[in-house]
Design a protein around this ligand. Sequence first.
Ligand SMILES: Cc1cc2nc3c(=O)[nH]c(=O)nc-3n(C[C@H](O)[C@H](O)[C@H](O)COP(=O)(O)O)c2cc1C
Length: 177
Amino acid sequence: MSLGVLYVVVTAAGATRQVPARLLPLAVERGWEVHVLATDQAVSSFPEAMEQIEEFLGRPVRTDFHTAVGYSLPDPDAVIVAPATYNTLTKWALGIADTYVLTRLAEQVGRNIPITAGPYINVKFADHPTYQGSLAILKEWGVNIVIGPREPHESGDGAADDFPWETILDTVTPAST
Ligand SMILES: Cc1cc2nc3c(=O)[nH]c(=O)nc-3n(C[C@H](O)[C@H](O)[C@H](O)COP(=O)(O)O)c2cc1C
């Protein structure tokens, strides 16, 4: 049974390397039609992960509305933003829509669909005075925030290995499936 269209938004955080192997197979197995949207920084920082995502899904990673690929994506039935950088979370919580990904995220708030973000943030970003406030704003808007067991992490400590992919997916999957 198809659950509908799931946007997986990936950003320029280390755990993006794990998206093709650890999130996408689970999501597809559950019945989602998955489309990956990537920030420009994610594409330039993790080109191999982008190739693996495209190979697995058989469809392009989206970085703009339609100019490169020739068609627009359908509106999603659920959205996962994972891994989510400090930068994307902060700008999303401010309502900024100055990139493709931030525009699509701003559009989804208020559509009454499940939206979940999984921050992957080092301790320095997490200590920034805006960070907790940004999470609180997103939660107030109905965005689920899933904090992994090793978040925030020290850079380079391998925390991506314990990133909570399945828990994140559970929050957007209807209970009856
Ligand atoms: C290799 C690499 C790994 C990074 N890992 C993280 C990370 O785990 N979390 C984070 O918030 N920023 C991380 N950054 C910094 C972000 O990439 C940077 O703030 C960028 O502007 C985020 O852009 P985006 O949110 O549009 O993807 C990393 C940068 C690089 C080059």
